[in-house]
Design a protein around this ligand. Structure first.
Ligand code: HEM
Length: 280
């Protein structure tokens, strides 16, 4: 028992692993902060809604972080990042369960109402399927399950992509008019998805990342366009045009461009630093 707990911040040889410990602190901190805010009455006039939204945001953040570990490891040539995938994935599942528990609390723990609502409201149905999926992946993320399931483990864990689609759709559907956060997170998801599909030798190439980022920028703008065209009565062309007018307002697709440029900068600095160290 102690060994598996200590394994959260130790490497396989039992040495203290700073990166794992930092990821663990990062995973626990939002829940602690939420708890403190709840106790001191710092959640505003609608504390339960605020707690639902807050935990929902953290599910998506940790989910995307866990998917970003593999590209991060490849682009930064940092194998030490690998164990963080499990920590972030399990954190996403835990925040998802907390998110549902807060929802159940809001429904006064009335199981009948909760089940009926989940079955009748599409955005809750897909959210619930996504939570179940995340929990299954978190439980089977251990080395033991990996050995037990062998090649089927990879197949099972590929479900992370459809789970991501359901989770993001839930985010869109509950966002109503302002979908900026959901569009931005979809852009990040698109980047991670397309990166996986690119040939291996391009996955670490900076010149190959530039068209990839541009593609994701266009994809993100089109997702936003499609949402406004299909899901609202607002003029989708105005929203699409706004993507070309950076002085007007920064659209989520443009934020994706900025995030992509920042990522390239980090990769360049890291490579320059590694080369300097190698020469020294
Ligand atoms: C992996 C699955 C899920 C993810 C990733 C997720 C994520 C989110 C996100 C990001 C938000 C909006 C946060 C914001 O606008 O800042 C949200 C809102 C919400 N979620 Fe989920 N959720 C999931 C599953 C569920 C489930 C299963 C339920 C209930 C059975 C649920 C109930 C709600 C409710 C009621 C809101 C809206 C709160 C309000 O506006 O009052 N979610 N969720």
């Amino acid at each position: 028992m102690w060994n598996s707990i200590a394994g959260l911040w130790q490497d396989r040889a039992g040495r203290f692993e700073r990166l794992k410990a930092a990821a663990l602190v990062m995973a626990v901190f939002p829940a602690l902060l939420l708890g403190v805010r709840a106790v001191i009455g710092g959640l505003g006039s609608r504390p339960i809604t605020e707690a639902t939204l807050n935990t929902g945001d953290w599910v998506i953040r940790f989910f995307l972080l866990s998917l970003a570990v593999t590209p991060g490891r490849a682009l930064l040539d940092a194998p030490k990042l690998v164990p963080l995938r499990r920590i972030f994935g399990v954190a996403a599942a835990c925040y998802a369960v907390l998110h549902v528990l807060i929802y159940a609390y809001d429904q006064k723990w009335n199981l009948g109402t909760i089940v009926t609502e989940i079955l009748q409201r599409f955005y809750l149905t897909i959210g619930f399927v996504a939570v179940l999926g995340l929990v299954v992946l978190a439980i089977t993320s251990t080395d033991g399950w990996q050995r037990t399931l062998r090649h089927r483990w990879k197949q099972l864990h590929r479900l992370i992509w459809p789970i991501g689609v359901l989770a993001l759709l839930h985010y869109f559907l509950q966002s109503k008019i302002n979908v900026a956060g959901a569009v931005f997170d979809t852009g990040l998801f698109l980047f991670l998805l397309i990166w996986r599909q690119t040939p291996r030798r391009w996955q670490t190439s900076i010149p190959a990342m530039v068209p990839l980022i541009l593609l994701v920028w266009i994809g993100t703008a089109l997702v936003e366009f499609a949402w406004y065209a299909l899901g609202t009565k607002l003029d989708p062309w105005r929203v699409l045009r706004a993507n070309l007018d950076i002085l007007y307002t920064v659209r989520p697709a443009e934020e994706i461009l900025i995030a992509g440029a920042a990522m390239l900068l980090v990769v360049l600095v890291r490579r320059w630093w590694k080369q300097r160290l190698a020469r020294a």
